[in-house]
Design a protein around this ligand. Sequence first.
Ligand SMILES: NC(=O)c1ccc[n+]([C@@H]2O[C@H](COP(=O)([O-])OP(=O)(O)OC[C@H]3O[C@@H](n4cnc5c(N)ncnc54)[C@H](O)[C@@H]3O)[C@@H](O)[C@H]2O)c1
Length: 466
Amino acid sequence: MRYPEVTVDSPSISTWVYPEESEGPPIGEDERVMLSIARRSARVGVIGLGYVGLPLVELFASGGFPVLGFDVDNHKIKLLSTGQSYIGHIPSSRIGALQASERFQVTSDFARLAEADAILICVPTPLGNHREPDLTAVTKTGEAIAKVLRQGQLVVLESTTYPGTTRDVLCPILESSGLKAGDDFFLAFSPEREDPGNPNFSARNIPKVVGGWDAASSRIACALYQAAIPRVVPVSTCEVAEACKILENSYRAVNIALVNELKQVFERMGIDIWEVIDAAKTKPFGFQAFYPGPGLGGHCIPIDPFYLTWAAREYGLHTRFIELAGEVNTAMPHYVVQRVIESLNDLGKTIRGARVLALGAAYKPNVDDCRESPSFEIMELLQERGAVVAYNDPHIPILPPRRNYSVRLESQPLTVEVLAEQDCVLILTDHAAYDYEFIVRHSPLLIDTRGATRHISVQGEKIIRA
Ligand SMILES: NC(=O)c1ccc[n+]([C@@H]2O[C@H](COP(=O)([O-])OP(=O)(O)OC[C@H]3O[C@@H](n4cnc5c(N)ncnc54)[C@H](O)[C@@H]3O)[C@@H](O)[C@H]2O)c1
């Protein structure tokens, strides 16, 4: 065997022996690509420079590879080329360092895809209006690649999608170029597991699952990732890799739905769900803690499982767990609003005319990402019921326009005066930047959907869990 199989325990590719291009018989395209990966002369193209694509750019550039970034958004291209970041948890200094390394270029000229030896696709995969997969960005990207595809290029889809997308959707588009996957170019799927804002895990230390279109594609894709990431997990097909990501996200969606349901049951019983979870997670096996909240948010958990739901219908099957979890999770914003109404009522107040300050517009703590954030629905439901809504989010100074929501507000300063003039303060995102003691002290009524104040003791009924 010419190349060792790339497995979890395989040695670093830098220790392998490669044929020299100048010696012996001519080498094949796969050998040529492997050689360029080992020498770190392979140029990596990353398409879609968002929350997933930008960290990948950094990963390969810091691993010694020349990287070419592509995006359709000219504003992002302009910011990156002047060393500026547009993602809160990635400071501009890191973009400046990338520029200084001289290993990074950025462009919206997709003809330059021809320059890349490996092309990683990180474009959005949202849901359409009828909760069906919207693969427009993937197919358009495929068409752009097909125009310039050349012998020996590796194409890897990283965007989350249903099993079969790489083989049945992307491959035919790429092969419309006249080149054949496995023979002329190499194709793989490798799910992105980025958790933006997580201080413990990043693209650098999250194991990378890789499934190739064929054995050669798998070998080359694994070699590329192994050159930049300590742990690569090869799987037998692209479909296994696609299904792996859907399993991970469905697992989260279902478990979050479970604790969201239990929260409501325990609340009626007078039991604090947060204390229950804290106790349960002391079990050293067989239990993993998931936490309730005001509803699901982000680009992944509320969306990805429904890609499988759609695909399963083709096989005459229903994903009942996923759909039930979706039902429970999408009802959470209504539950939160109901708790606000009841809590105001207990104080002799109505929702109509009540001043409500929502804390947190981001879908999770410490990020500026408000895609699918339940905060928007909650603010809008409160407004529809006549509340005077304001919000604060240290990471989001102005609410960006969101499909399906019309709420437009500017973040209010979190001062004693602003807190004191509210009828209700509602914690929707538990940002670390918040001083919860201060918030509790100065809020007339506090409704906490995240358990952020569970270790703060106050007299009376001031804090309501929801
Ligand atoms: N954000 C996460 O935490 C996360 C985690 C794991 C997986 N994912 C998956 O990764 C993929 C990308 O997500 P993201 O969060 O980085 O999205 P994003 O919106 O932050 O970034 C996507 C980028 O792609 C660009 N783009 C859109 N259409 C394009 C096209 N046709 N050609 C080139 N660029 C195009 C956009 O301008 C944007 O800059 C999605 O499939 C998502 O489900 C996201």
